[in-house]
Design a protein around this ligand. Sequence first.
Ligand SMILES: Nc1nc2c(ncn2[C@@H]2O[C@H](COP(=O)(O)OP(=O)(O)OP(=O)(O)O)[C@@H](O)[C@H]2O)c(=O)[nH]1
Ligand SMILES: [Mg+2]
Length: 443
Amino acid sequence: MNNLTDTIVARATPSGTGGVGIVRVSGQQTEAIARTLLGSLPEPRTATYRSFRNAAGERLDTGLALYFPAPASFTGESVLELHGHGGPVVISLLTEAIVDLGARHAEPGEFSKRAFINDKLDLVQAEAIADLIGSGTAQAARAALRSLSGAFSKSVDALAEQLVRLRMHVESAIDFPEEEIDFLSDSALLARIDECAAAFEILLAQAQQGRVLRDGFQVVIVGKPNAGKSSLLNLLSGQEAAIVTEVAGTTRDVLREQIDIDGLAVELVDTAGLRNDPDRIEAEGIRRAREALAQADAALWIQDATETEQEAPGPDLPDGLPVTIVHNKIDLSGDRPGQADGRVYLSAQTGEGIDALRRCIRDTAGYENQGEGAFTARRRHIKALQRAAGHFATGRAALEDARAGELLAEELRLAQRALGEIVGNVTADDLLGRIFSEFCVGK
Ligand SMILES: Nc1nc2c(ncn2[C@@H]2O[C@H](COP(=O)(O)OP(=O)(O)OP(=O)(O)O)[C@@H](O)[C@H]2O)c(=O)[nH]1
Ligand SMILES: [Mg+2]
């Protein structure tokens, strides 16, 4: 990323037309730019109606100016916000005028990156901004807001704090070798270790939930031709998204529909029926179905309940992918709707049994609507948490098996470091680059 001493500018509202368009400026030259653009510096944190003029004194627009002197701003630098009219041309004239006055166009996420560098946000909170903007369900948005308010960071910090206290205990034991064994068999120490282990478990479970909330859950519908896959997609999504006919081999493309199950964003993927003697187009469809399966979080294997010979889920399913067998067309077969022996019985035509399938998808995702308690998390966080938990477990074993206090101390140090990566206490530059480049410009 570019130099942090540059003054940056970007539109903060989406491109296209709108009632109001906001342009944001941040950096050392903000005051100077504001003086030229507005004639004088507006009162801090007070909406002031002004004309926006370029260096030549031409009026480009009128609107509200908001000035936040450093460090009391989103980025921690002096920030100017201009609320003008939301037309693409007006806004681009305004940003270009600001570039002429010495700013440069901001890169994606650069405002948030500066907020992070100036300690306005930790890394989890900065990521939560992007998650809030990109959230797919109301629950995901609420959870992202909780991460932004620091709920996740606080849990991580609390766990790190527990590790620090453990380390202090263990390291003081190491400093007094003649009493080391007593120190290390101390029941207070063992109780602390158990507490930490429990805290790791809870946080990991919460973070995994948070990951599903953020990224959603992808479910691929597969089975033999005519089993009713497309009918099921239509039923779950509440619209005639896929073509349904009595002809085997109707679906050839991969179709995707977003649905919301109690706040869990689920992407359903309908695929071509899998069979051995497809025509050429269908064969391509089957290839794509396999591709979709490789990306999936779970699969539904649809069977026609009226068929006497049931084929088991085929070799097309990747190892380790959770698969639910669904018996469809129970209106014809007479089976009872609902879940039994891990299978779901339903009718995509009458809708009987569909709630059992929704519950089943939710359970497979390990999703419970936690309401106010949830926060969003990312794969990156889970990996770091797992690494921390791994070090902790290794250290604990070293203590229990060999009374090896020094090994425990070292593993605790590594665990604490891994936790530090989550909130950004220790982070490699390339990681920062990767995280912030996924943001939208202007954030
Ligand atoms: N009676 C009954 N008919 C169903 C049910 N579900 C699907 N069908 C019928 O079964 C036929 C095939 O349905 P589709 O949804 O197109 O099946 P598909 O698995 O998508 O088939 P392909 O795309 O060809 O692989 C259609 O005639 C549907 O109306 C059901 O629950 N009950
Ligand atoms: Mg189909």
